[in-house]
Design a protein around this ligand. Structure first.
Ligand SMILES: [Fe+2]
Length: 330
């Protein structure tokens, strides 16, 4: 079998500084099994990682993956440390298929999940995200991928004062975690599940350790405020990304558009101007590629450089996109 990487192009692909986004790797028919695919990955890992570092996202198309198990083997083939859903502070309700693999988000199909960096609203976030399309929707259901570094560059050019406020002040997020899982919400994971604890005392100890402040509400839910988290991070190559959850929060979290401070403020507690958030959401569209899934596709996304989301979908076919997360090295 031939082991050279074969790249493909699609008409909607973006290009930044001469590098396509996302980079698309196709099976040149050399890989007939998932084991051969892993061998191919390992033989070409240095080149694939170099492409990922520049592009921010790789799409693998036409490889012999057809189940959560084969996706598990594929994603494990890179040798990265696993970031488990259980130990994450993600507030999305998800279902585990294997140790590494779980559903992307169980929110209903008409709900759009807006652009975000995975778990950037918590102190512990993954460095990379693998997505695997087990079954594409009849209509819609693309995964938008946005070059966050390009977005920040554009914001800086257009509104340097706001861009530097984000970089210098950071952000604080307020989240309310329900007493019980609510699968009908994009962020309905209970506080016990989110914090991996059994009691209020354990929950409080965990929050304290992570630097949160909190209050218990009458209905048994928990309102927690993060320590100051970055809004912008340095990618180490002269670029910076807009590493936060602002677009998803502003566009999709309940009540945030009306009152952004109910969910996010600058790190010093001051309010983020609404017009700024509106403009950032608008600007982000320029740097967004819609990944139209085909069954068996895998995307590997650099969670520091690219944001992702989920378009609404319709039709009889069950859209099933599974995820495996990679722990940060730092
Ligand atoms: Fe996500």
């Amino acid at each position: 079998m031939s082991n050279a990487i074969e790249y493909a192009n699609v008409p909607t692909q973006h290009s930044y500084n001469g590098q396509v986004f996302p980079q698309i790797v196709v099976n040149n028919d050399g890989c007939k099994t998932v084991e051969e695919t892993v061998t191919f990955i390992q033989q070409n890992q240095a080149e694939l990682e170099a492409q990922l570092a520049i592009s921010g996202a790789l799409l693998f198309r036409g490889f012999p993956l057809n189940s959560a198990e084969t996706f598990d083997i594929f994603s494990a083939g890179f040798g990265y440390a696993n970031f488990t859903y259980k130990e994450s502070l993600s507030n999305a309700v998800r279902i585990n298929f294997t140790e590494r693999v779980f559903t992307a988000n169980e929110a209903p199909k008409d709900v759009e999940i807006f652009l975000h960096h995975e778990m950037a609203q918590t102190p512990i976030s993954p460095s990379k995200v693998f997505f695997y399309c087990q079954s594409a929707a009849d209509e819609g259901g693309a995964t938008p991928l946005c070059r966050s570094d390009k977005l920040y560059e554009a914001l800086k050019a257009e509104n340097p004062a706001l861009a530097s406020d984000f970089a210098e002040k950071g952000l604080k997020y307020t989240t309310t975690m329900p007493a019980a899982d609510d699968a009908n919400s994009g962020q309905g994971r209970s506080w016990k599940s989110t914090l991996s604890v059994e009691s209020t005392a354990e929950g409080e100890a965990k929050l304290k350790e992570l630097g949160y402040s909190w209050e218990w509400l009458e209905d048994g839910s928990l309102r927690a405020v993060t320590p100051v988290l970055p809004a912008v991070i340095d990618l180490g190559d002269g670029s910076h990304s807009f590493y936060n959850q602002l677009i998803a929060a502003y566009m999709g979290w309940k009540g945030v558009r009306e009152n952004p401070s109910s969910a996010i403020t600058f790190g010093d507690g001051s309010a983020i101007p609404k017009e700024g958030l509106e403009r950032i959401a608008e600007l982000s569209q320029q740097f967004t590629f819609d990944l139209e899934w085909q069954d068996g596709d895998v995307a590997l996304v650099d969670n520091y450089r690219a944001m992702h989301g989920r378009r609404p979908f319709s039709g009889e076919r069950k859209r099933q996109v599974l995820v495996a997360l990679v722990a940060a090295e730092r």
